[in-house]
Design a protein around this ligand. Structure first.
Ligand code: CO
Length: 458
């Protein structure tokens, strides 16, 4: 019996516990140990890392990836990609998606985990084709959620779709940490039987289920689990690598992990963790176990957003009403999984419904969703709501990206000499303002270096 581990300290744990603020310099020296520890892969890119590099860390995300690859040559490097949304929050034209995926692989990515918030596979097709063409391994993702229309049969449908697209592996993605051990066991078993593909389970420790969930997933034949080195584990991040290695080892699973190196990796990150706690970047609240998500069946991150929204308006006393409204809004929208960006959209609408009356205000995003611009809703959208927004207009039936004009050539021309590479063009397409600021700072830095050089000659 074998089970492999994907280490998330550089991406998901970093994102979940300290808002993706870990600079390259804080983990550079431990990369050789991470590469040698025997992981299936290192999740180190994508998700919010790209945004955070440009926005907060003044790092070129592409350069970060190249620097990781220069050291990590044994273990596969993995990224998370939001399908047609790439690493952002809107749909990009196909030419941008194709080039982005190609460049990700060229710069060092081996495994691309691709997902769509609605499990609408039309939104992952372009990225998947590009990834396979570039020689990457595709983990076709099924966003897990709890609703009256999501069940093992509906997940099998998505899994079959992924197999048809050519994905080599499946990932069951539980972004909220609400997948129970029982559900994990049932889904993994059924999926493996139905599609005969290696299965990865991804969850978060938020509600305290995760250790048990992984154990039962392993019993059901799951091939890879996502964990975080212990001092960056738990709470809203993944459960601890070392603990699961210990337990699964005891049950006779071969994990291939080197215990001494795991100890070394954990010892390396401990002082950084202490520094994060001290500066307040790591809030002890996110480290705890929060079972509210089990009652409300919404992600912990969404719950804290709702609390923040209501507090800002001095309406925290309405929290219970808003929590009761969330399932109604979700039903009206055809039960979208509560993952970015749907979790934010549903939360804001539920709050607005309680504070100002049902659908008195409807956000631009919800309108686009009902027009079909995000893809196909998993269930039926309320006819009444549809009528309210579209009138007699028909929603889009096809794939939204088919309506988008190519953007790469146009942006390349627009940027001129400001962009030094295709990677720069892509950074700009993904995050225009942030990339622009980054290019200016890079140029200023370059000039400084040049003038120093001249001084030295003087
Ligand atoms: Co996650």
């Amino acid at each position: 019996m074998q089970i492999k581990f994907t280490e998330t300290v550089l991406r998901d744990a970093n994102q979940s516990l300290i808002a993706t603020r870990m600079p390259f310099g804080e983990f550079e020296k431990i990369l050789p140990a991470l590469d040698n520890a025997g992981y299936y892969s290192l999740e180190c890119w994508g998700g919010a890392t790209f945004d955070s590099c440009l926005r907060y860390l003044n790092e070129d995300p592409w350069e970060r990836l190249r620097k990781i690859k220069a050291v990590c040559k044994k273990t596969k490097l993995q990224m998370l990609l939001r399908g047609q949304n790439l690493l952002g929050y809107k749909h990009y034209p196909d030419d941008a998606v194709e080039l982005f995926v190609q460049k990700s692989v060229e710069n060092g990515i081996d495994v691309i985990r691709i997902f769509d918030a609605l499990n609408d596979l039309r939104n992952v097709e372009t990225a998947t084709k590009a990834a396979l063409k570039a020689g990457a391994e595709v983990q076709g993702t099924i966003c897990y959620t709890i609703s009256p229309i999501h069940n093992t049969e509906s997940y099998i449908e998505v899994a079959k779709g992924w197999k048809k697209l050519g994905a080599q592996m499946l990932c069951i993605k539980d972004m909220a940490g609400i997948m129970s051990p029982k559900d994990a066991y049932d889904i993994v078993r059924v999926l493996k039987k139905a599609v005969d593909m290696p299965v990865v389970v991804h969850t978060h420790a938020t509600t305290g289920l995760a250790f048990m969930t992984y154990l039962k997933a392993a019993e059901a034949g799951c091939d890879v689990i996502d964990t975080a080195i212990s001092c960056f584990s738990g709470g809203t991040a993944q459960p601890a690598t070392e603990t699961l290695n210990y337990v699964l080892g005891e049950y006779g699973f071969e994990t291939g992990l080197n215990k001494n190196l795991l100890r070394e990796i954990n010892a390396f990150f401990k002082p950084y963790r202490a520094k994060c706690l001290e500066s307040g970047m790591l809030n002890p609240i996110v480290m705890g176990t929060d079972t509210d998500a089990l009652d409300y069946q919404i992600p912990g991150g969404m719950l804290s957003n709702l609390v923040a929204q209501l507090t800002a308006q001095n309406k925290l006393d309405k929290l219970d009403e808003v929590l009761a409204e969330v399932p109604n809004v979700r039903k009206d929208l055809g039960y979208p999984p509560l993952v970015t960006p749907m979790s934010q959209m549903v939360g804001v609408q539920a709050t607005s419904n309680v504070l100002y009356g049902r659908y008195k205000n409807i956000s631009k995003e919800i309108k686009s969703y009902i027009k079909g611009e995000y893809g196909k809703a998993p269930g039926e959208i309320s006819k009444e709501l549809q009528k309210m927004i579209l009138g007699d207009e028909e929603p889009i039936k096809g794939r939204y990206a088919d309506l988008l004009e190519p953007i790469v050539e146009k942006t390349r021309k627009e940027l001129g000499s400001k962009a030094q590479s295709d990677e720069d063009v892509l950074s700009y397409i993904a995050f225009p303002q942030l990339a622009d600021k980054f290019f200016d700072e890079r140029e200023a830095q370059r000039r400084k270096t040049v003038s120093y050089t001249i001084k030295a000659v003087d």
